[in-house]
Design a protein around this ligand. Structure first.
Ligand SMILES: CCCCC/C=C\C/C=C\C/C=C\C/C=C\CCCC(=O)SCCNC(=O)CCNC(=O)[C@H](O)C(C)(C)COP(=O)(O)OP(=O)(O)OC[C@H]1O[C@@H](n2cnc3c(N)ncnc32)[C@H](O)[C@@H]1OP(=O)(O)O
Length: 221
């Protein structure tokens, strides 16, 4: 049987790690971690926007330091990586864009559709660059991810080779839609286009070359 995922270490730093945690247990833990990350995300937003007095800020900081110690009581030795089990249930809880346990991730929920992938997301104060607008690097990060997922097409691993952004107008914080699709393939190179839109239309366009690293397998079909 063709392995759906490369062996651990086969695809760059960290690689993919086979982990035989049963899917229901993965699902249960993922929900628990997503719940924690959701509250931490609230904390990030509340921290940015708080106007409470300095003394109160210091008290909150001290209480949070105790909570950090409790989570540090048992930790992975490094980043979370990408893990998968025998049913090809994969989980990457630390991922910067979709990680269920990562409060820095919006998180993006990528949907595979007939033409590629799309995602609806609401970006708040933590993603600001110019006043009221999404940071250009955040736009690039989110597009990079959805384009990589699109290029990978659930059957191979691809890395970003080249990514080009065109910022047509400021992207307002708030509800946004991302879309990505493959335009052509040449050997191990997959050419992808993508966009971010608000209610008025496209704000950012991107095109990129995603490359399946030499020697990594792909599933037929
Ligand atoms: C087994 C199946 C697996 C199933 C998986 C299932 C589900 C998928 C699950 C998860 C999906 C995982 C990830 C997807 C999600 C998000 C991804 C986010 C994307 C990222 O955030 S990812 C991090 C940033 N990314 C890097 O960290 C890349 C660092 N870099 C490298 O790892 C190498 O550099 C690499 C691999 C790019 C190339 O290495 P290489 O050795 O394979 O390339 P090589 O020289 O053989 O060239 C071959 C042909 O590509 C052309 N070429 C080469 N380099 C190019 C470039 N940069 N731009 C344009 N074209 C380029 C050549 O010109 C030649 O073209 P030609 O054949 O026409 O001559």
């Amino acid at each position: 049987m063709t392995s759906r995922f490369p062996d651990a270490g086969a695809v760059g730093a960290g690689g993919f790690v086979r982990d035989d945690t049963p899917t229901p247990e993965v699902d249960r833990r993922e929900a628990v971690m997503a719940s924690l990350a959701g509250t931490v995300r609230e904390l990030v937003d509340a921290t940015i926007r708080t106007t409470v007095a300095d003394d109160e800020v210091h008290r909150v900081r001290d209480e949070l330091a105790l909570l950090v110690d409790r989570l540090r009581a048992a930790q992975l030795p490094g980043p979370a990586g990408i893990r998968y089990n025998a049913e090809f249930r994969a989980w990457n809880w630390g991922n910067a864009v979709v990680g269920a346990a990562n409060a820095i991730a919006p998180p993006l929920e990528v949907v595979h559709d007939a033409s590629g992938c799309h995602a609806d997301v609401v970006l708040g104060a933590a993603y600001e660059g110019p006043p009221g607008l999404v940071h250009g690097g955040v736009s690039a990060m989110l597009l990079d991810h959805i384009m990589g997922v699109t290029a990978s097409a659930m059957r191979r691993t691809t890395f970003t080779g080249t990514l080009t952004m065109r910022y047509r107008r400021g992207t307002p914080l708030g509800p946004l839609r991302l879309e990505a699709r493959i335009v052509r393939e040449e050997g191990r190179k997959v050419f992808v286009v993508a966009s971010i839109s608000d209610a008025e239309g496209v704000t950012v366009e991107a095109d990129g070359v995603f490359i399946q690293p030499a020697g990594t397998p792909a599933v037929d079909g």
